[in-house]
Structure formats: C-alpha cells, structure tokens
Write a protein that binds this ligand. Sequence first.
Ligand SMILES: Cc1cc2nc3c(=O)[nH]c(=O)nc-3n(C[C@H](O)[C@H](O)[C@H](O)COP(=O)(O)OP(=O)(O)OC[C@H]3O[C@@H](n4cnc5c(N)ncnc54)[C@H](O)[C@@H]3O)c2cc1C
Ligand code: FES
Length: 296
Amino acid sequence: MCVQLDEREVPDNPFRPEMFRIIRRYPLTHDVNFYQARPADTDNAMFDYKPGQFVMMSVMGEGEAPFCISSTPSRPGMLEFCIRKMGTVTSTLFGLKENQTIGVRGPYGNGFPMDKMDGKDIMIVAGGMGAAPLRSLLLNVLDNRDKFGRLIYLHGAKAPGEMLFLDEFMQLRDRDDLDLLMSVDKDDTGKWPLKTGVVTTLFKDLGPIDAKNTYAAVCGPPIMYKFVMQEVVKLGIPKHQILMTLERRMKCGVGKCGHCAIEYLYTCIDGPVFSWWDVLRMKELIGRGASDQNIA
Ligand SMILES: Cc1cc2nc3c(=O)[nH]c(=O)nc-3n(C[C@H](O)[C@H](O)[C@H](O)COP(=O)(O)OP(=O)(O)OC[C@H]3O[C@@H](n4cnc5c(N)ncnc54)[C@H](O)[C@@H]3O)c2cc1C
Ligand code: FES
C-alpha cells in the first residue's frame, strides 16, 4: 500500500548539528584557542550536559571532530571549548572569528558520575590539554561547593606559556575552599612563581587525604597517566573512585560506526570517562597494559 507523505514518521536525524555562533574567542597558548558559543537561533533551547561530556563540532565543507565541553552546566546560556590546532578540522576552527557559526551536536558520552561524587572529597589532576574537560568539573564543584568535601586541583604544563587558563587559575588560588597547585616541567621564562617539576611533584604538598572518601579525576597526555596513577593508587583511593577521561579517534559519536571501539566498549558512549577499575580490566584503554606498569 502506498504510504501518504503526511502519515510517514520522519525520524529525528541524530547527525544533524545545531548552529552555534561564536561570541568570544581568544588564545590560551600559541596553539590553543578558547571559544564561547551559543545557539545561533536564540529560540533554540540550550542542551543540558554533564561535566566530562563532549560534542561533535563541524565546520561546513571541512568535517567534524569531537571536543569536550570546558564550561559548566551550572552557568547555562553558552558553551565553552578549548581547541588545539592539529589538522584539517581543528585548523579551520582555530581560524574562525567571533560572530561566525559552527555546527554542534551532542552532548555525548557518559560524563562524570556527579551523583556518586556528591558529598565526597574531589581531587582533580590535569596535564596540558587535560585541563579542557577538567575545568568543567572544577567549576561545577565550585558552583555547588556545599555539596562536596575537600577540593584539590593539581595542574601541570610543560612551560608557563603552555598552561591553559593560567590567569583564571591564578585567581582561584586565593579561595580558601580550594587547594589549587600548579607546576611546570621547565620554567623557560625565569619568572614562574610556583613549583617547577612534573605534576606528580605536587602530591608531596597535599597533606593527609581521606582516601576512602575521595574521588580522583585525571586527564592528560598518555605518559602522564602512568606516573599520576602510581601516586593516586599509593594514596589508597579505591579503584572505582579513580576516574580518567580518555581520547580515541571518533566519527559518529553515538555508538554506530565502531571507530572508537576497544574490545567490547565504545569510547563515545561507554566513555570518555572510565574508572581505573575499567582500565585494569581493559588493558588497551590507555595504550599499555596496566599490569605492565606495576600500578595495579
Ligand atoms: C572525546 C574527545 C574529546 C576531545 N576534546 C578535545 C578538546 O577539548 N580540545 C581539542 O583540541 N581536542 C580535543 N580532542 C581531540 C580532537 O578531536 C582532535 O584533535 C581532532 O579530531 C583532530 O581533527 P583534525 O581534523 O584537526 O585532525 P586530522 O587532520 O584528522 O589529524 C591531524 C593529526 O592529529 C592526529 N589525531 C587526530 N585526532 C586524534 C585523536 N583523537 N587522538 C590522537 N591523535 C589524533 C592524527 O593522527 C594526525 O596526526 C578530543 C577528542 C576526543 C575523542
Ligand atoms: S565514534 Fe562511532 S562508535 Fe564511537
């Protein structure tokens, strides 16, 4: 039987992006730009999201790539992103100016389990670009400060000029409800006022930790995980309370294409936030086997 056009159900297209307008853009480092964007059609509702989730961002004629959301849902009205110039899509995004539009679909991924983290002490450890997703968590905890216990934020970068959100984090150091410690691997300016050394050197300054009551969230370059995990595990934080946000090449973002599959998990829907417990079972998650690293 011939189906009438008006009787057909037109399913929502999960790949159709919403258009967002860039309302602010400025450099964070020589190859990372910061963006604030909001729906181009102001009648469109902003989507709700959780810290740790990501979006697929597109530029007409260039393609699409995943980016985590650096803003917090507790400050609605706009989304914030950090974009590092890497290749085709990121170079085009990097060159976009205020008032230009981008396509955004999402939010995708599991995000941090904020309900389970409620009432707990929170330790955040960011290396380099890892500050992009972890800033969302940090700002969210700060905006809901009475719901959490002690808040620690450790941030490492190669050099002062590579430190994302340097001015913002320097100001946050004045708060007495946050222990924010920063280090650079090498001070090439001779003016860095804080610690020099890899991010793990900051663990010495933490004082006593209530490990069983703490959730740790870690994001950074693959090499950083090995050394940070050794420290976090030494503190005695339970494996399921150690969380890390991981990157894989992605295409669809919604569990259809298989590009991000690791054994039976899809990073785009089962992650990008995984626990240390997941990593120990799924050795490919952070490249080398966890047992090879002797930090189980
Ligand atoms: C969940 C998630 C969140 C992300 N969040 C951010 C973010 O907040 N900010 C940001 O700048 N980037 C982020 N990325 C990485 C970003 O998606 C890639 O840099 C981007 O896809 C590169 O696209 P391109 O077209 O510019 O590069 P291409 O032209 O495709 O590639 C350029 C080079 O980068 C390498 N490359 C591309 N993608 C990746 C990848 N995912 N991992 C390792 N190497 C890669 C390629 O092998 C190639 O050498 C995230 C990735 C994921 C999966
Ligand atoms: S990106 Fe397509 S399945 Fe994950």
